[in-house]
Design a protein around this ligand. Structure first.
Ligand SMILES: Cc1cc2nc3c(=O)[nH]c(=O)nc-3n(C[C@H](O)[C@H](O)[C@H](O)COP(=O)(O)O)c2cc1C
Length: 195
C-alpha cells in the first residue's frame, strides 16, 4: 500500500541531473519507464507518441553529440566522458493530428522522470537538440513527425539543491561544484479564491 506522501516526496526530491555514475541501467527498468510514459494522459486519448530507448555505448555517444547541456553554466561546465548518461529515452511524435502533442510529450516525460527518481535514477529532460543530427544517428524514419525531447538517464553522480529565488532564475554551481536551482516561492505563485 503506497503511503499518501511518497509520490509527493519523490517529486520534491527530483532535480535535473547532468553527471552520472557509469553504472548501467537494466533494460527492464528502462522499459518500465516507457511503460509509465505510455500510460500518461493524452489529449483525446489519441496517443501520438513513440519511445526510443538508447543504451548501446556507441549510440549513446552519438546521442550525446546532438545534445546541449546546462545553458546557464555552459561556459564553466561540460560533462566529462566518465560522467555521461548511461541511457536515453527519446520521445517521438508520430503525427500532429492531435494539436496538443507537445503536452502529451510533456506529461509522458514527467511520468518518466518521476518514476526514475522513485527508483533512485537521475534524469534530465533535454529539448535543445540538433534534431537533424539525432534523426540521422538514430535512423528515425522520415514519416515520424517530430523528435520532441531526449531524457538522459543514469545513477546520480551529483546532488543539486533547490533554493528560493533571490534575484535570478539562473541555476549556478558553488565553489564545491554543487548545482543550486532557484525556484519561485509558493506564496509568490499561489492564489486562493482571489488574485
Ligand atoms: C522543456 C524543457 C527543456 C529542457 N531542455 C534542457 C536542455 O536542452 N538541456 C539541459 O541541460 N536541460 C534542459 N532542461 C532542464 C532544465 O534546465 C531544468 O528543468 C531547470 O533548470 C530546473 O531544474 P530542475 O529540473 O532540477 O527543477 C529542460 C527542461 C524542460 C522542462
Amino acid at each position: 500500500m503506497i503511503k499518501g506522501n511518497e509520490v509527493y516526496n519523490i517529486i520534491l526530491k527530483r532535480r535535473s541531473i547532468r553527471r552520472f555514475k557509469q553504472k548501467p541501467i537494466l533494460l527492464d527498468v528502462l522499459k518500465n519507464f516507457v511503460n509509465v510514459a505510455r500510460l500518461a494522459p493524452s489529449a483525446a486519448n489519441l496517443q501520438p507518441l513513440e519511445f526510443y530507448i538508447v543504451n548501446d555505448k556507441n549510440l549513446c555517444s552519438k546521442v550525446f553529440e546532438a545534445l546541449s547541456w546546462a545553458g546557464y553554466i555552459k561556459s564553466e561546465w561540460t560533462p566529462a566522458e566518465n560522467e555521461r548518461p548511461m541511457a536515453y529515452i527519446v520521445i517521438l511524435v508520430k503525427d500532429n493530428k492531435n494539436t496538443w502533442y507537445l503536452r502529451d510529450a510533456s506529461y509522458a516525460a514527467a511520468n518518466i522522470v518521476i518514476a526514475a527518481e522513485g527508483m533512485g535514477i537521475g534524469s534530465c529532460i533535454l529539448c535543445k537538440i540538433d534534431r537533424d543530427k539525432l534523426r540521422e544517428h538514430l535512423k528515425v524514419p522520415d514519416d515520424i513527425f517530430l523528435i520532441d525531447s531526449v531524457i538522459a538517464l543514469g545513477y546520480k553522480a551529483e546532488q543539486p539543491v533547490v533554493e528560493d529565488i533571490a534575484d535570478s532564475v539562473k541555476y549556478y554551481k558553488d565553489e564545491k561544484q554543487v548545482l543550486h536551482v532557484p525556484k519561485r516561492k509558493l506564496e509568490d505563485i499561489l492564489h486562493i479564491n482571489k488574485y
